[in-house]
Design a protein around this ligand. Structure first.
Ligand code: SAM
Length: 472
């Protein structure tokens, strides 16, 4: 019962587990944490992640709560130097990793040659300044850090898609093509329902990829992530080979197609054998038709296409094949960062529009004046305000509500009690500034959604009539 770290990562990091190192806001690096190994000369050596923020021995990242901040180690005991000489490996190996001694190992087990060395060592530890965060693997951080083999589906799109195709614990999802596995990781979490007892169906993702190299990479990745029991990956051209697995139906009720020509795959997602002479031949042509869809549920589909021409072809095929409730959505996700402009830059000193101080002296005079006015109003020196001016908008809303602030017509927010008592001092609070993200990381595509209703047989009708007898 080895649960994937994507589904249950526990409270702390551990050796051999996948961790995502956050080097900066948008720079995430996946790493398998290695235990320290006993090296020569009595030094315990292990893997080190070298970044421009400093060196991070794996040993300093082990057995810490997920989300911990890890300080860089700049310590070099000479062990690392000797090792480099032995290996002639001054540069980090691929994956940005080299071997060396950790800060803790140095202090614990690497006796310095003399007193001076010890002092230098302590100084080096004290000089440590860079830091990173060690994050647990989740579909969201994996999407940001995964090795790109193709364009991928990003979080704003897949969260909406999974909601619309009704992915839930126990669902069976068909996904094609698998590509870099970004959508796959998100869909696994959506359908995961453990190892249900009592005949309940286990959630599963049936994934298809026809590019051989990508298929093998993805297969390995799923095994490494402990997801191969929940994702069944097939090497297949779905336009011709369809969606059965070992000749059996996945009985899916949710479908996601990220393919260049979804309309070519749609006939093979029917409930009945496709009749049109234009439909591509499939392995199912020879045998009795088996639908890949769950016969007891309506099927919910999403196709993901960058061009409107692809959308019209897909919609047209959907109509012909009996899909209903067809609609198209484009996600235009945008993060807005709201902050308060610093008071010093926002003072109205009756100087009109161009309010910049003329020189340093004037700037200092103004700052002193701000400080005085601030004390008069709050009884506190500036900087002891309760909230951080850079807090995110949710935090700011909460803080604003807590302090019962009200917005003045110019968008400046002032504590209500101050407004009432002292005729307001909007310059003290600064203006609210909202900035959009310079770069938006989503792959803009059109999402087409549709539903294929379940079939209703004479037996279904008889069963329904027995359950809900009408007029008896
Ligand atoms: N959704 C993926 C993700 O989030 O990482 C990215 C999918 S990528 C844009 C499209 C993939 O579809 C490619 O890897 C390509 O090899 C695969 N593909 C294209 N035509 C296919 C077909 N007929 N059958 C199976 N896979 C196909």
């Amino acid at each position: 019962n080895n649960v994937s770290p994507f589904l249950d990562h526990g409270a702390r990091t551990k050796a051999h587990s996948l961790a995502i190192l956050q080097l900066s806001r948008d720079n995430l690096q996946p790493v398998y944490l290695q235990p320290p190994t006993g090296g020569q000369d009595g030094y315990a050596e292990g893997a080190v992640v070298n970044t421009r923020y400093g060196s991070f021995p794996h040993s300093t990242m082990l057995n810490v709560p997920w989300g911990s901040q890890i300080r860089a180690s700049k310590v070099d005991t000479g062990s690392r130097g000797r090792k480099r000489k032995r290996d002639s490996a001054d540069n980090p190996t691929p994956g940005n990793e080299a071997t060396g001694a950790s800060e803790k190992e140095v202090e614990d087990s690497a006796p310095a040659a003399n007193e001076d060395d010890t002092v230098a060592l302590k100084q080096a530890v004290a000089d440590t300044s860079g830091f990173i965060h060690v994050l647990p693997p989740t579909p969201e951080v994996w999407t940001q850090s995964l090795p790109h083999r193709t364009q991928v589906v990003y979080t704003p799109d897949y969260s909406y898609i999974l909601h619309r195709i009704r992915a839930r614990p126990g669902s069976h999802i068909i996904e094609a093509g698998a590509g870099s596995g970004s959508f796959t990781h998100a869909s696994v979490r959506a359908v995961y329902n453990g190892y249900p007892a009592g005949g309940e169906r286990r959630g599963k993702v049936f994934s298809f990829e026809f590019h051989e190299q990508r298929y093998h990479k993805m297969k390995q990745e799923l095994a490494d992530h402990g997801l191969d029991g929940i994702v069944q990956l097939s090497h297949r051209d779905v336009y011709h080979g369809g969606f059965l697995v070992d000749g059996k139906s996945p009985e899916a009720e949710s479908v996601f197609l990220d393919l260049p020509a979804p309309w070519e795959a749609l006939p093979l997602l029917s409930r009945r054998k496709p009749q049109s002479p234009n439909d591509p031949a499939s392995e199912n042509d020879q045998a009795e038709w088996v639908s890949p869809l769950n016969p007891r549920k309506s099927a919910y589909i999403c196709t993901f296409s960058p061009c409107i021409e692809q959308v019209t072809k897909t919609v047209s095929a959907m109509r012909r094949l009996g899909w209903v409730d067809i609609d198209m959505v484009e996600i235009a996700n945008r993060k807005l960062h709201t902050s308060r402009e610093r008071v010093g830059l926002n003072l109205n000193f009756d100087r009109g529009v161009n309010n910049s101080p003329r020189d340093v002296e004037e700037a200092l005079t103004r700052l002193a004046e701000i400080e005085t006015r601030f004390r008069e109003h709050t009884g506190k020196p500036r900087g002891e305000e309760e909230e951080d001016e850079d807090m995110d908008s949710a935090g700011e809303d909460a803080a604003a509500a807590k302090k019962s602030r009200v917005a003045a017509p110019n968008g400046v927010i002032v504590p209500a009690e101050q407004q009432a008592s002292s005729g307001t001092a909007p310059w003290m609070e600064g203006r609210l500034i909202t900035r959009g993200e310079p770069e938006i990381k989503t792959h803009t595509s059109y999402l087409v959604f549709a539903i294929l209703p379940r079939e209703w047989t004479a037996e279904d009708e008889a069963a329904a009539a027995a359950r809900y007898p009408c007029g008896k």
